[in-house]
Every structure is written in C-alpha cells, then in structure tokens.
Design a protein around this ligand. Sequence first.
Ligand SMILES: *Cc1c(COP(=O)(O)O)cnc(C)c1O
Length: 430
Amino acid sequence: MTDSPSFFTRALHAGRSRQTAPSRATPIYLTAGFEFEDFDHAAHHFGTGEGFGYTRTGNPTLRAVERQLANLESGSDAVLVASGQAAVAIALLTVAGAGDHIVASTHIYEGTRGLLVDNLARLGIESTFVDEIRDPAAWRAAIRPNTRALFAESIANARNDILDIAAVSAVGDETGIPLIVDNTLATPYLVRPLEHGASIVVHSASKFLAGHGSVLGGVIIDGGRFDATLSGRHAPHLLAPGAGGAPSIFERHGGDARIAYARESVAPRFGASPSPLNAFLIGQGAETIGLRVERQSRNALEIARWLQAQEAVESVDHVGLESHPDHDLAQRYLSGGYGSIFTFTLRGGLEAARDFVESVQVFTHMTRIGDVRSLVLHPATTSHSHRTEQEREAHGIHPGTLRVSIGIESVDDLIEDLSRVLATVWEKVA
Ligand SMILES: *Cc1c(COP(=O)(O)O)cnc(C)c1O
C-alpha cells in the first residue's frame, strides 16, 4: 500500500490478514475466491484444477466436509452441493444425457419423481419406474440398451420399503449400469450402500447429516470403482479426450472418473454451490450423527410399538416391527437401529388426522424430516396432494395416515403427547 492510502482504499485493505492458525473446528472460508500466490500459480490452477481459485469450483471448508461425509459413507470422494435436490439432479446429469434412460424405484421422494418425470424428461432423459423393487427381475426387465442408471432410496417413505442394495446392484453390474442410492432416510450410521455394491450415494444433508434443521445441503458420494471396461460404453463422456487432445477424465482420475466429472463439469456449471457457512454447519452436525440416529431410532421403535397397541391406530408402517413386509431386509441391511421416519394410520380418517396435527404439542407440525425435534405431517393433503387417490393408496397413504420423524426428546414426553392426543381423537370416532 502507499504511505497514505485514502479512506476508500483503507476500507478494503487495512489490517487484512492471510495468517492461518491451527483451529479445532474446521475454519469457515466464507470467501467467494482465493488470492493466487503468483503468475504461475494462477496458470497452474486453471491448467490442472488443483488448489483453490473460486468457491464455486472449490473451497477448503467444503473440501473438509466432503472428505468427512465420503469417509462416513465408505466412499472415495464427495461433492457437496446446495440441497438434496441438487445432489440428485447432479448425480443423474453426471451419468445421463439426452437420449438416455433411467430406471427408478416408484418409492422415491416426490421432488425426485418430479425431477425425473418433468425436468429430466424435458431434457430428453426418459425414466421407467419399478414398483416391485424387491424383485430383481422387475429391475432387469426395465433396463434398455440406453439405460445409464438405476435409482432408489435405501429406506423409502411412506411405507418404509427397504432396498435390497446388493441384489439391485448385481442387476446393474450385469451390464455395467451404476446403482445410485438416496440414503437420506437411513443415514450412513444405519447402512452404507457403497459397501453393498452401489456406485453412488446421494443425500439431502438438510435432514440427518446436519440434523439441526438450520441449513439446506446435499452431497454426492462415489465409491471410486468406475471400470472403463465394464461401464465405458455407458459413459463415453468420461473416456473422450479433453480439449486440444488433453487426457480424458478417466485417464486423469481412473476409478474416480465419475465423481471427478461431477466436480469439474456438472456441479460448477449448473451452479448449485453451497455456502461455506452452510457447509461448516453440516460438518458440525455430522459429527454427532451416530448419537442422534441411534437415539432417534430407539425412540421411534418404542413409539411404533406403542402406537401399534392403540385402539385409535389402524396400522403402523415401521420396518422395525416384525409385522412389516420388509423386516427381513431391514435386519439384513440396517445396523444400530431401524430409522426414525415412519407412517401410521388413524381409524378416524381425515378428521382424526386433522385433530391430531392440530393438538400435538411436543411434535412440531411441518414438512421435513431428520430433525433433532419430532415432526409430524399429513401426506395426503401436503406432499402427496397432487397424486390421485389411487396412487396415494398404492403408496400406503390413506386419509388417516400421518408421517412422523422422531427426534431426540425423551421418549416418555413424546408418548405422553401422543397418548393425550389419541385419547381425544378416539373419543370422537368411537
Ligand atoms: C428432502 C429429501 C430430498 C431433497 O432434499 P432437499 O435438501 O430438500 O433439496 C431428496 N431425497 C429425500 C429422500 C429427501 O427426504
């Protein structure tokens, strides 16, 4: 700086520090970009993508959280994005383009379904839905020569369907098609799909990974096992030479070609970059995910068992219950608990459901899941209101069905809240 810089210049440059200090918590690099050390450093960054230049293409806070989440999922690498929807969209756009085809489970998040049937369809990516997800033959029958991915959720809402990850991965492996698993409801504490053969995992980090309910985020985690011999014909974009005859993505990144392509070419161009502050908050949340999910799962199972014994309750769809059709798969895949999001159906139908959500006190009435607080929602009139009644019934969503996401409160207080509410609801019905 000059000896006597002006007020305007001092406002920008005075006291500025590049000093770093060893910090216990991940430092929050809340910056749009990074200063280059010199001329060659800038050229090197642009030439190789190494280091940090601009936060949309990389940031040390994001990088730390990406490594943390990749590790928790037994993955090789991860890309953090601004929401779960962005994670699903970027994962699918990493493997598919116009003229390609995706096979997806029918039992998926409504936002993902909309992405497939509306947005991706408009981009020329077709989808086929599999209803009988337990049957490998149903997946195999839906595959076409241009299928580029199989997509499903490890635990699905609303019926708590469980994905047989190994069986469906094996169907994909027959023709080199990757299985992408949305592991939002299960979390890596209960199951790590990459260990069972899935190729890519996505999450809404807005839910359990963060846990506190203060930010949105999403993550794409790759197993790092891209095999050009087996899957190359589905991924010409990973094998094609770069601009000016530069090495292909596969030549540069090998088994990590897919996640490298997501990081270099898809996520930064579609631009759903997370704030470094939000990334920090997701990383902080993820530090306690095991404790939270363990307790949430324990609370949820106790509540599911209690609900099952209540007169006012017609049915409970919780996969920890022996009566659930997927209980065997849950025992095979989930360890440390059966999850904490489930539905139950009141005998009094819509009116009982209305009374229920309007009288709970410890439960919070809102859309969202995976919070440390217990939440309740009436799917038929909210998340699934645009579906036909027939479609809702097929998904286990009846007029009296409520979805709960159980938190870390004392289970006694939650059951007391439910007990009080069910007593009044039942009084009107009986
Ligand atoms: C919430 C959710 C999403 C979307 O995530 P956002 O962070 O809300 O964009 C995707 N999949 C599942 C299973 C979800 O629960």
